[in-house]
Design a protein around this ligand. Structure first.
Ligand SMILES: N[C@@H](CCC(=O)O)C(=O)O
Length: 284
């Protein structure tokens, strides 16, 4: 029995041993969640992972809340069938628009990236910029989370609709991407931000471009780092860390497996074996 007041999920249909060895589910609309997966490899090297990229519905950031909820529920149902012990929403859009609604519907803990990112940011600065997908920016999730922790913090959010398609098309080093990034950062630089949050898990993949445009004193916050730290703490609290050898990461997508494998290579350093699955409920 692993109930804890911290989680809505209670894992009470798992034996302790099964829970320890069970995988952690990680999902995103595409390759963005690989920034979270890389952090898991660093901080939780013994955990087995099932990664799902909902590439058939990419980008999430221009979708309605109803669509996001439908996709997220379908993914979580599938994760439940795979008997995961915990899920990390490696997607800010899902964390901002769906986490609170779906958390109580499943019997495993579900973690989002927004709160850990917001907590880290308010400890690092006072004038905080957030770059995010249109849906995340519009939801105000980062602003609200930071204001609740530190009401005197100042927050500016910028919606960056072109980033995810450019990253998914592998156009990070295209000069056009730098032009777009420069335009997105301009209003934040005018406000003299001291800290910038990657409000989308795809964006750390743009780090060289963003760093080249930002003054050196501006600190970058990657919520991926902090959600994985929080995940490690929760695994300890529930006593469900895996102390055995992990299984190889299992990758699944709803779109084209070859395309995911190809972009996965540059972010993971190995070519992932990717299967295609069809989540029937996810079709809008
Ligand atoms: N990785 C994304 C999803 C972006 C998208 O598909 O628009 C996020 O964190 O919001």
């Amino acid at each position: 029995m692993f109930s804890s007041s911290i989680f809505e999920g209670n894992l009470d249909n798992f034996s302790e041993q099964e829970a320890q060895r069970s995988p952690i589910g990680v999902f995103d609309s595409g390759v963005g969640g690989l920034t979270v997966l890389r952090q898991i490899y660093k901080q939780l090297p013994n955990e087995s992972i099932i990664y799902f990229g909902d590439t058939a519905h990419l980008p999430y950031g221009i979708r309605s809340q109803a669509e996001i909820l439908q996709y997220v529920r379908a993914i979580l149902n599938w994760m439940q069938q795979q008997r995961v012990k915990m899920v990390i929403m490696a997607c800010n859009t899902s964390s901002a628009l769906a986490l609170e609604n779906v958390r109580q519907e499943f019997n495993f803990p579900i973690m989002g990236v927004v709160l850990p990112g917001a907590k880290a940011a308010v400890q690092m600065g006072k004038r905080i910029g957030v770059i995010a997908t249109p849906a995340t920016a519009k939801s105000n999730a980062y602003r609200q989370a930071m204001m609740e922790i530190k009401p005197d913090v100042q927050v500016w959010q910028v919606s960056c609709p072109e980033f995810v398609p450019l990253i998914e098309q592998n156009r990070i080093h295209d000069p056009y991407t730098t032009e777009v990034a420069s335009a997105y950062l301009e209003p934040l630089l005018k406000q003299e931000i001291d800290t910038l949050i990657y409000g989308c898990t795809h964006y750390p993949l743009l780090a060289p471009v963003l760093r080249s445009l930002l003054p050196a004193h501006v600190k970058l916050v990657d919520p991926a780092v902090h959600v994985v730290t929080a995940c490690a703490q929760n695994l300890d609290l529930l006593n469900i860390r895996n102390n055995h050898l992990p299984m190889p990461t299992r990758f699944a997508v709803s779109g084209c497996p070859q395309q995911f494998a190809q972009s996965g290579l540059q972010w993971l350093g190995y070519t992932p074996l990717v299967e295609k699955i069809h989540l029937t409920d996810a079709t809008v």
